[in-house]
Design a protein around this ligand. Structure first.
Ligand code: URA
Length: 229
């Protein structure tokens, strides 16, 4: 038997159709990051490609000479959340992807704790080639790569920028700040044409050495989860 649909039901169906379009039922802040309705434009892809090529073409960089691969990015270029670490380690150098070693495993767990994963965020580093023996990048190296990461942020144009650790923090916010004072605060910053909300948190490698600090990182993660954007 075919059930007759009356005009009231049709109206209701139309309404549901209307409100369900791109609507997330649970409107908690974090769920708004999950929406995949930010189209990646040809322009964005082209700009990322040009940027990657210009890093590959850097002259006289010892890091580049010694590295196996460029480590440019991972994740979703459409994401509203961009994370920036320090520099690739041995695993990242081998695979050509950021945060795939032990620190990366912890980063994945941190993201999971707020219902995110690396397909829902975009990840890069201040430096795109592995420093030998995983040493900290020098000031000169950071200065050399700074224009590239700044351009990278501008292209991705995230609403939220998460700086993982003091190298990323000092490179992008300034040397006068210390992570113990700076973490867990939102600051508004401009990178070229990109205006974004920045938060600093501890680097996962630091958290592996200082597990007691994980409770502070959890506070920061909840701030990211609850951020209204
Ligand atoms: N540490 C970083 O800062 N970046 C990586 O990609 C891996 C480890």
């Amino acid at each position: 038997m075919i059930k007759k649909i009356n005009s009231k039901t049709i109206k209701l169906l139309k309404y549901y159709n209307l409100i369900n379009f791109n609507l997330i039922y649970n409107n908690k802040a974090i769920n708004r990051f999950q929406k995949d309705n930010f189209e990646i434009s040809e322009d964005k892809l082209k700009s990322l490609d040009i940027l990657k090529k210009s890093i590959i073409n850097i002259k006289n960089c010892d890091l580049k000479k010694q590295a196996k691969n460029i480590v440019f990015c991972d994740g979703n270029p459409k994401s509203k959340i961009m994370l920036i670490g320090e520099a690739p380690g041995a695993n990242e150098d081998l695979e050509g992807l950021p945060f795939v070693g032990r620190a990366g495993i912890l980063l994945d767990k941190m993201l999971k704790s707020i219902n995110l994963d690396r397909k829902k965020v975009y990840i890069s580093n201040i430096i795109n080639y592995r420093p030998p023996d995983n040493r900290r990048p020098t000031d000169e190296e950071i200065k050399r790569y700074l224009p590239f990461i700044t351009k990278h942020i501008e292209i991705i144009n995230p609403k939220i920028l998460v700086l993982l650790g003091s190298t990323a923090m000092n490179a992008l916010i300034g040397n006068e700040v210390v992570i113990s004072k700076m973490r867990g605060k939102w600051i508004e910053k401009k990178f070229g044409s990109c205006k974004t909300s920045v938060i600093v948190t501890f680097h996962p490698a630091f958290l592996m050495r200082q597990p007691l600090q994980k409770k502070m990182a959890w506070i920061d993660l909840k701030m990211i989860r609850d951020k209204k954007i």
